[in-house]
Each structure stands twice: as C-alpha cells, then as structure tokens.
Write a protein that binds this ligand. Structure first.
Ligand SMILES: C[S@@+](CC[C@H](N)C(=O)[O-])C[C@H]1O[C@@H](n2cnc3c(N)ncnc32)[C@H](O)[C@@H]1O
Length: 259
C-alpha cells in the first residue's frame, strides 16, 4: 500500500466512492447518516437565497458531485476541479451520462426532497449537467491553483475534504487556504466541509495522510485567511459509520464570507 502524499498516484476513485458515498455513510433512510447531514448543511445555506451569482468553483472535487447539487440552482456556471486526471475523468463520465458512471440520483432525489420537490429530481439532474460547464486541473499548493488558466474572481467556492488531506501540516494548510481565497471575490462565500480528528484515509491501494483538525483551529485558520464565519456546524461520526476506511472522528461544515 502506497503511503504519504505520493499515494495520490494510486488514488482509486471507485474505491473512494465505495468507501464514502454508499451505505452506511450514504444511507438516505437514516437522517443521522453523514452524507444526508452534509446535504442538509449545503441546502440550508443556499435556501437563504443569499449565496448566488455567475460562477461557483469547487476545489478538489475528487470524483464527487454531492457538494454542488444545491449550488446548481443558484449559479449560472459551476466549475469542478481536481489534481488527478482519474478523478476529472470520473466526473466527465457522469456529465456525459455514460453507462457505468457513479449514480448520483439518490443524492439529487434527497436534496430535491428537502425542498418538497422529490418528483422533480430529473429536472435538477439535467440542470446540473447544463450548469457544470468545466472540469479543471487544480493544485492548491500553487499560488495560482488553476494555472495556467486565468479566471475572473468567482462568486463562491465550495471545497470538501481537500485541504486537510492534501497539505502536509497546518502551515501548508494555511497557505493553501490563502491560495484558493485568491480565486474568490471580496464578499464572496466559502462553503467548506472537512474532517475532524482524522490522520489518514484509504482509496483502494492508496493510504493518504491527513492533518488532524479541530474546530478551534479551523475557525482560526479561516479567520486568518480573511473571512467572517457565518455558520459553523459539527457532526460526530457514530461508531457504526467508523468502517475502517479512515480514522475520522467528526465532520465540520462552515459558511464564511470573504472580507
Ligand atoms: C479526500 S478527497 C475529497 C474529494 C471530494 N471533494 C469529497 O468531498 O469527497 C481529496 C481530493 O484532493 C485531491 N488532491 C490531491 N492533491 C491535490 C492538490 N495538490 N490540489 C488540489 N486537490 C488535490 C485528490 O485528488 C482528491 O480528489
């Protein structure tokens, strides 16, 4: 098993999806399962109608779309991004509607259900495929994470489980947060989800190191990066969801505004 940051060369998108985005972590029959919790957090932020604009950028998307389902109602254009081509290809496969792509429909149905529109999930899925216009390469360790692409500062950024699982320590994480913040316009929103108390996770043959975070540190780092935190929520991982694919103890969700 490959360890350390180099383990990303062995990152297996399908294994990662299996570990984190199927039952028991994605059990839509159980409100206390972690994926429904994350979807409710995003839905609550967007339901205010305050987070909207031309472009939303998702950083370190991996092979997943759940983090932008609610966003697609509020932005004309959504851009996904990841460091690894295998993840970008997994995303494109779903965007093209290819057979064998991961099935995000239970996630979309759940989000639509939160708004009392479960029967309209196909319209929502179609809108996602129309509004998710690009899948870019990104490297959050670079001062300009999307280089060589240049983008006008975006209206909102989402990023889920990326910073702590890419950066080698808290200093590097603070720098990476500054790097992605440079892509956001002043007044724009950052919606971030991350692991608490985690030191590693598995994705097939890859074992990836994670910087263990706690709420106080996350609040400090986000404040230092020039944000006003509007919402901060935490979730304790129940024992039955501690399945051996990582050693996470909880998850945080935050909504912040760039000053
Ligand atoms: C734990 S996964 C998170 C995936 C997804 N956002 C989610 O919520 O499940 C971390 C992601 O960071 C990506 N990554 C690795 N190195 C990176 C880098 N230098 N810059 C940006 N993303 C990177 C990996 O390819 C992987 O998709």
């Amino acid at each position: 098993m490959a360890q350390g940051a180099d383990g990303y060369q062995l990152f297996n998108p399908r294994a990662y999806l299996q570990n984190n985005y199927t039952s028991p972590r994605a059990n839509f029959e159980r409100e206390d399962s972690v994926v429904p919790w994350k979807l409710r957090c995003f839905a609550a932020s967007f339901s205010t109608g305050e987070i909207r604009g031309a472009t939303l950028l998702d950083i370190g998307s991996g092979p997943t779309f759940y983090q932008v389902i609610s966003a697609c109602d509020w932005f004309g254009s959504v851009i996904m991004s990841d460091y690894l081509e295998v993840n970008r290809e997994e995303l494109r496969r779903w965007l093209r509607g290819e057979p064998g792509a991961f099935d995000w429909s239970p996630f979309i149905k759940y989000v639509c259900g939160l708004e009392g529109k479960r029967d309209q999930w196909q319209t929502m899925q179609q809108r996602m495929r129309e509004r998710i216009k690009e899948v870019y390469h990104c490297d959050i360790t670079q001062l300009q994470p999307l280089q060589p692409r240049l983008l006008e500062p975006v209206d909102a950024i989402t990023t889920t489980f990326c910073l702590e699982s890419v950066c080698r320590d808290k200093e590097a994480l603070q720098q990476a947060l500054a790097n992605i913040t440079s892509l956001l316009r002043p007044g724009g929103s950052l919606l971030m989800v991350g692991a608490l108390g985690e030191s590693y996770y598995l994705a097939g043959e890859a074992k990836l190191p994670v910087v263990p975070l706690d709420e106080a540190y996350v609040r400090e780092a986000v404040g230092n990066a020039g944000y006003n935190i509007r919402v901060f929520k935490t979730y304790n991982m129940p024992p039955e969801l501690q399945t051996g694919v990582d050693d996470v103890s909880g998850v945080f969700y935050l909504q912040a505004q760039k000053l």
